[in-house]
Design a protein around this ligand. Structure first.
Ligand SMILES: Cc1cc2nc3c(=O)[nH]c(=O)nc-3n(C[C@H](O)[C@H](O)[C@H](O)COP(=O)(O)OP(=O)(O)OC[C@H]3O[C@@H](n4cnc5c(N)ncnc54)[C@H](O)[C@@H]3O)c2cc1C
Length: 460
């Protein structure tokens, strides 16, 4: 009879689940992974980070080529070949997913290609009725596109991010609902490859994850590129007929109607917990459907852990991995530190990009921390001027008494790369004095950090 009891069972073989399985396998002989997807690989590789960044980078190259004259270049007819973009993306994703599939299918794990659900506190059932038990379980089932209760939305054939990432033709006009990270990254991608884009956001700024100051820079860049961006709106209703979507919304007290042949619902994602039998397993969930966990990723049932999008609080890959590793170490009796969200690093892959790390200004105020801050704009910096990349700024926050760097933000060309210098500083608890000893190479974008750092040091 094949094995039915394991040391450790992971449900969901994405970034978080694989990290947990790999870590558990360091000390356990019998680790099973269960994944019900048609194609193995998880969201990041198949329909998230990797395909989106492949396409966004192509769109950035196109944007530079179309503005070649700024650099003294003649590049007539620079245009997107959507079928070729699609093929390139498929090739990239195939390579990345093959590698992950090999890892999941290796003889280090027992892999079940099935959906799983708990039938009690220590037993799961697969689609074919097989029942499995384990000393510990990891729930890493990720997230699914949500459909908020907006009149008409559930009844129309909207696109999700999956559809945009699969495009092999140029949509002439797209309405993008939402102003979160995925909405913004894909709205700019669509605009840059040549679509007309209308973006509708409920809050007064896009990108609620970042400061209003950072969001304002992106809003200006979007409008400069021709995105018709509405913020501070209220969606009234959505309909679809004769191949056309009609979206009614209110903006500044006016009723506005937007029409387009395509509609992207990028209003958010929700935890994938339906059908998992979590109630039967004694796992507690929040009102938003996410699994409640301790700082060691343990659920209300101490045998069961959760990591990644299914629990949050930040739906990003490196957090899913850190949580997965932590949870597996804890379950297998090894020392582990909780994930420090005070060091959290975030990137928004718009152009300019946004990089953030550590505590932001709102958090510093909320916690009553006495801090100093200084910033410096990219339109007054040598390297960014010669690169024609003048949007944005860098900003650093440090504790007044000690000079320890507590947080930083960067809105700029390649801001997602630049922020890592401050990521090291925040995580290592470096002071502004330490950072002034760093060799900041000239001329680079990164050397811009030395200006606010020096300003804070002067002020201390
Ligand atoms: C368009 C887009 C772009 C993104 N870009 C970035 C980015 O640039 N950087 C970043 O950090 N993050 C990005 N993200 C977010 C990132 O992809 C996710 O946070 C991350 O992939 C979540 O990993 P996970 O392990 O929690 O879940 P997933 O990778 O989604 O894995 C869940 C797995 O569980 C399986 N599963 C679900 N239910 C069951 C069940 N009942 N039984 C068995 N198996 C089941 C699924 O088949 C799936 O394989 C992006 C997301 C999107 C949508």
């Amino acid at each position: 009879m094949s094995q039915t009891h394991f040391d450790y069972i992971v449900i969901g073989g994405g970034s978080g689940g694989y990290a947990a399985a790999r870590t558990a396998r360091e000390t356990c002989d019998h680790v099973a992974i269960i994944d019900g997807a048609e194609t193995l690989g998880g969201l990041c590789i198949l329909r998230g980070c990797m395909p989106s960044k492949t396409l966004i980078y192509s769109a950035e190259v196109l944007h530079l080529a179309q503005h070649g004259e700024k650099f003294g270049l003649k590049i007539p007819d620079a245009a997107a070949d959507m079928a070729a973009l699609h093929r390139r993306k498929l090739t990239m994703i195939e390579e990345f997913s093959e590698y992950r599939q090999e890892q999941l299918q290796s003889d280090r794990f027992t892999l079940f290609r099935s959906r799983a659900k708990f039938i009690d506190e220590q037993t799961i059932e697969l689609d074919d009725g097989t029942r499995l038990t384990a000393d510990h379980f990891m729930v890493a089932t990720g997230s699914t596109v949500s459909v908020p209760p907006i009149q008409g939305l559930a009844d129309v054939p909207f696109w999700t991010s999956d559809d945009v990432l699969e495009l092999d033709f140029l949509p002439e006009k797209v309405i993008v609902l939402g102003g979160g990270i995925v909405a913004c990254e894909l709205a700019q991608f669509l605009r840059r490859v040549g679509s007309e884009v209308i973006q509708i956001q409920r809050s007064s700024h896009i990108l609620k994850e970042v400061s209003p100051e950072a969001a304002t820079v992106i809003e200006a860049a979007f409008r400069d590129e021709g995105i018709e961006l509405y913020t501070g709106t209220s969606l009234q209703n959505i309909s679809h007929s004769e191949g056309k979507f009609t979206v009614h919304f209110e903006h500044n007290g006016q009723s506005i109607t937007a029409e387009a042949p395509y509609l992207l619902n990028a209003l958010g994602r929700e935890a994938t917990t339906k059908g998992l039998g979590l109630e039967a397993a004694g796992v507690e969930m929040r009102r938003d459907g996410k699994i409640v966990c301790s700082e060691m990723q343990q659920t209300a049932n101490p045998r069961i852990y959760a990591c990644g999008d299914v629990t949050g609080p930040h739906e990003i890959v490196h957090v899913a991995i850190l949580q997965g590793e932590l949870a597996a170490k804890h379950a297998t009796g090894r020392a582990a530190e909780p994930v420090s969200y005070d060091d959290l690093l975030g990137v928004v892959f718009t152009d300019p990009q946004i990089g953030t790390v550590g505590l932001n200004e709102a958090q510093l105020k909320e916690r009553g921390i006495d801090y100093l801050s200084a910033d410096y704009p990219f339109d007054d910096h040598g390297k960014s001027i010669l690169m024609e990349a003048k949007y944005g700024y860098v900003k650093v926050f440090a504790e007044r008494a000690t000079g320890v760097v507590l947080g930083a933000e960067c809105v700029s060309k390649d801001g997602g790369e630049l922020i890592h210098a401050m990521g090291v500083a925040v995580t290592m608890k470096a002071t502004v004095k330490d950072l002034m000893k760093v060799h900041w190479y000239h001329p680079t974008l990164s050397e811009i950090w030395s200006y606010p750092i020096e300003d804070i040091l002067d002020e201390m």
